[in-house]
Design a protein around this ligand. Structure first.
Ligand code: ADP
Length: 480
């Protein structure tokens, strides 16, 4: 099949979260299965500066209609591996910036224009380069206008640009909600600005367009597919999602085992496997040292890696400060984002520097070291579309402590409920329940043979992308 993906992030070029990992791994897996895969990405500075893009071919010049203006851009293409091409939709004014969505404090004010331009750039490239896609697959709100813009361009030019469209919701909390004035920039027919179209309480909602107009929809875990159809998790779009209930399927993200695998992980000071866990101890020692803790500490280490946003349940961790200061354990947090959360975590780390470590930055190397060097991985998310780190942690023999939501339910088995097959500890997304879960973790850790058995079961799980990629292939084939 000729498969076109469009997304705002793609590992290893631009990443703020799991979206980049998922699109990177899925496109690579599909290419490996022999499909012809193209991934469209905005031509961010970071992508253009990446070594893979050094010899990118300048493929097309674009003139994109944006309301009553025409804006120019260009398309650059490179091929990082067999069967895979990356198309960068470039316009310096929009994408030559340090970060993809905002300056750290707030989102860029022209995000509506930036991603309308991006989607239109994808459509124009499909048309001008005659890519003849079987499937056009958009991801999240930044690519959610694609199905509509594609069909509109097909109508205008009387041709077929894609046989079918697929849209994946990686996180329904981010919708691309903009003032009504943004609608004119889409050049879509006025009748699409109503309750059955892009309008959402007098604003424009990009994500709603993806949910309503793609031929097929997916979420990144089966549980999340159900959850988004409920008021509790639908973030105001549950009613819209319900209208597509028959077309939504949950396909669990996988782990890219060429990057996340303790047996071959070149970032770690030592490698290890279920048969020989000695390397994990070396990672632990290095992690403790790096965090300024005594290297010989033998108690449980809790790790956490995430964007600092309410979703990730950091407030529940902060509310449990007495647990971390009172118990003989360590807490190591890596992340970046919301300043309030960072400040509160910093206060905690300053209060107990001998027990709590905060690294407020993006740090790929440190993230591998935490996955490898900790004993427990904390992920008390309030909601979680899929979540990757709880899978990475199991692959690294680090027992996850997670809340009972979304993809966490699909990927972790509670060891209290299933003593013979359990791989982690689950709680409800509140501070009291998290505390009880962490206390269970201490008890488990003290029982060395039992803890080791849980670790072995974690590492024996298969989270490879093969299953997910096959799921997407089936979905494409069915829809065609
Ligand atoms: P989300 O997509 O909601 O951010 P996921 O768990 O699906 O959550 O994916 C998060 C990804 O981002 C993981 O690969 C995680 O390791 C990575 N990550 C998050 N914060 C950081 C950070 N500060 N440094 C390095 N990697 C990070």
């Amino acid at each position: 099949m000729k498969i076109v993906h469009a997304a705002a992030e793609l590992y290893p070029y631009v990443k703020t979260g799991g979206l980049a990992d998922a699109v990177g791994a899925l496109s690579a897996a599909l290419a490996e299965h022999g499909h012809e895969v193209s991934v469209f990405l905005p031509g961010y500075r970071a992508a253009l500066e990446h070594k893979d893009a050094a010899n990118a071919e300048r493929k097309l010049r674009l003139k994109i209609e944006m309301g009553d203006q025409f804006l120019s851009g260009d398309v650059r293409v490179f091929s990082p591996r067999k069967n895979l091409k990356v198309y960068l939709i470039c316009r310096e004014e929009y994408f030559d910036r340090r970060a993809p969505y905002g300056n750290g404090e707030r989102d860029y004010e022209d995000n509506a224009d930036r991603f309308i331009f991006f989607c239109k750039g994808v459509v124009e490239t499909l048309r001008l380069a005659d890519l003849q896609a079987d499937i056009v697959h958009g991801h999240d709100w930044q690519a959610a206008l694609l199905p509509l813009l594609l069909r509109e361009a097909e109508r205008r030019h009387s041709l077929t640009l894609a046989l079918k469209t697929v849209f994946t919701i990686h996180n329904i909390a981010y919708q691309g909600l903009f003032p009504a004035t943004a609608f004119a920039r889409t050049n879509l027919p006025d009748e699409l600005f109503n309750i059955d179209g892009l309008e959402y309480y007098s604003q424009v909602n990009f994500l709603k367009g993806g949910i309503l107009f793609a031929d097929r929809l997916t979420t990144v875990s089966p549980r999340y597919a159900k959850e988004i159809q409920t008021p509790e998790f639908g973030c105001g779009l549950d009613g819209v999602a319900l209208t597509r209930a028959d077309d939504i399927v949950g396909l669990l993200n996988g782990v890219d085992t060429s990057i996340w695998n303790p047996a071959v992980d070149g970032v770690l000071p030592a490698r290890y496997s279920p048969a020989n866990m000695a390397g994990k101890q070396t990672c632990r020692t290095k992690l403790l040292k790096r965090c300024g803790f005594a290297a010989g500490f033998g108690g449980p280490i809790f790790g956490m890696i995430c964007r600092f946003t309410e979703q990730k349940g950091l407030d529940l961790v902060i509310a449990n400060r007495e647990f971390f200061t009172g118990q003989d354990c360590r807490l190591i947090v890596l992340g970046a984002g919301d300043q309030r959360i960072e400040d509160e975590l910093r206060a905690l780390a300053t209060e107990a520097p001998q027990k709590i470590s905060l690294s407020a930055r993006l740090d790929e190397t440190m993230s591998h070291l935490i996955e490898a060097g900790c004993d427990f991985f904390l992920m008390p998310s309030l909601f979680e579309p899929c979540g990757l780190n709880q899978m990475y942690s199991q692959v690294y023999g680090t027992v996850p402590v997670v809340s009972r939501v979304g993809g966490l339910v699909d990927t972790v088995i509670d060891v209290g409920e299933q003593p013979d097959t359990g791989t982690g500890i689950m709680c409800e997304p509140n501070a009291g329940s998290l505390r009880a879960a962490m206390e269970r973790a201490l008890v488990l850790f003290a029982d060395k043979p039992r803890y080791a058995a849980v670790q072995q079961r974690c590492m024996a799980r298969d989270f490879g992308w093969k299953t997910a990629a096959t799921g997407y292939e089936q979905l494409y084939q069915e829809s065609l």
